[in-house]
Design a protein around this ligand. Structure first.
Ligand code: FAD
Length: 149
């Protein structure tokens, strides 16, 4: 028997996250004959890791964004749910720290737009309204992109 079939419904070039996610989604929609061609000796693309002296080093991925809590999923979270991928995602309550030594700013930004704006306001008093508006605008842009996608 030949290794390859003479016909595939879809051929995906590249077994990175995009290629594999596409294959998963196509399969979920009923497309069965899918071939992923990967030129590297393992899949994953940029999302890869390696082991040195017994330590597994994550070379790229260190955070997953757009998951959202179970009752208010964002884009990536919805994708995983739809694909039946059940992972107990742990939220990072203090995802960002901004350090500007010259301005003596050292602010930890907590999860959530309002709280993050309050954190900025603590470091730069009087900025809450503008920062909160900016973050909400960012969210509207994000949602628009989601709709376009
Ligand atoms: C240092 C670093 C840190 C990152 N941190 C994060 C993070 O924390 N969170 C996050 O969400 N994202 C992060 N990213 C981004 C994320 O890793 C990439 O956006 C994602 O992995 C890209 O996936 P992809 O499938 O689009 O492309 P790629 O991963 O580039 O996959 C493309 C695949 O196609 C293969 N290919 C190319 N040409 C051919 C060909 N002609 N024939 C066969 N195969 C081919 C390649 O070998 C590769 O496997 C990071 C990236 C880097 C580099």
């Amino acid at each position: 028997m030949d290794f390859y079939k003479p016909h595939y419904d879809v051929v995906i070039i590249g077994g990175g996250l995009a290629g594999m996610a596409s294959a998963l989604q196509l399969q979920a929609k009923g497309v069965k004959d899918i071939l992923i061609l990967e030129k590297h000796n393992m899949p994953g693309g940029l999302a890869t890791d390696y082991v040195r002296n017994g330590f597994e080093m994550e070379a790229s991925l260190h955070e997953m964004m757009s998951i959202g809590p179970k009752n208010a999923r964002l884009k990536v979270g919805r994708f995983f749910d739809e694909m039946g991928v059940d992972v107990n995602w742990l939220p990072v309550p203090e995802p960002y720290r901004v350090v500007v030594p010259k301005a003596e700013i050292d602010a930890v930004l907590h999860d959530g737009y309002e709280q993050a704006a309050r954190d900025v306001d603590k470091a730069c008093p009087g900025t809450f309204e503008k920062v909160y508006e900016l973050l909400k605008l960012c969210r509207r842009v994000y949602d628009s992109m989601d709709t376009i996608g």
